[in-house]
Each structure stands twice: as structure tokens, then as C-alpha cells.
Design a binder for this molecule. Structure first.
Ligand SMILES: [Zn+2]
Length: 78
């Protein structure tokens, strides 16, 4: 299994869809700044990876419940 990525969203980047971003500009280019730390980059994908790696979603921190296995994917138990 590969990581869940929506190829449509990847092909049509919209800054508004990026979690935790503050948009700025740097020499006429879009700059992606992190709301939670001093990180900034001009690369949208790099920002997304930064935010996912450094600032995990709150539900992961608070709940930390393992997700249910995908239906039909794990028939190995028992
Ligand atoms: Zn950050």
C-alpha cells in the first residue's frame, strides 16, 4: 500500500487546502510559512511534509487510538 494521496489534489494545488500554512511572498514567489514554528519554504510539497512530520494532527495526539483495519484487507487475525 502506498501513502494515501489524492492525485487530483496533487495536480491542482490550492494553497487554501494546506493545513497550518501562512501564505507570504518572496521575490514574487509564493512562500509557505508555518503557523506553528519559524519554518518557511517556497515548495508547497515540502511544507505539507514539514507540517505532517513536525505537527501531527491533533486527533493523533489526543486520541492515539489505532485505526480500525480496512475492511477486507486483514483476514489474518485468529
Ligand atoms: Zn512548523
Amino acid at each position: 500500500m502506498t501513502r494515501a494521496k489524492d492525485p487530483v489534489k496533487a495536480a491542482t494545488p490550492k494553497a487554501e487546502e494546506i493545513e497550518g500554512v501562512l501564505l507570504g511572498s518572496w521575490r514574487g514567489m509564493v512562500q509557505y510559512r508555518c503557523r506553528l514554528c519559524p519554518f518557511d519554504t517556497l515548495d508547497r510539497q515540502r511544507f505539507i511534509e514539514h507540517f505532517a512530520n513536525v505537527h501531527p494532527p491533533l486527533e493523533v495526539i489526543d486520541g492515539f487510538a489505532p485505526a480500525d483495519p480496512p475492511v477486507g484487507e486483514t483476514a489474518v487475525e485468529e
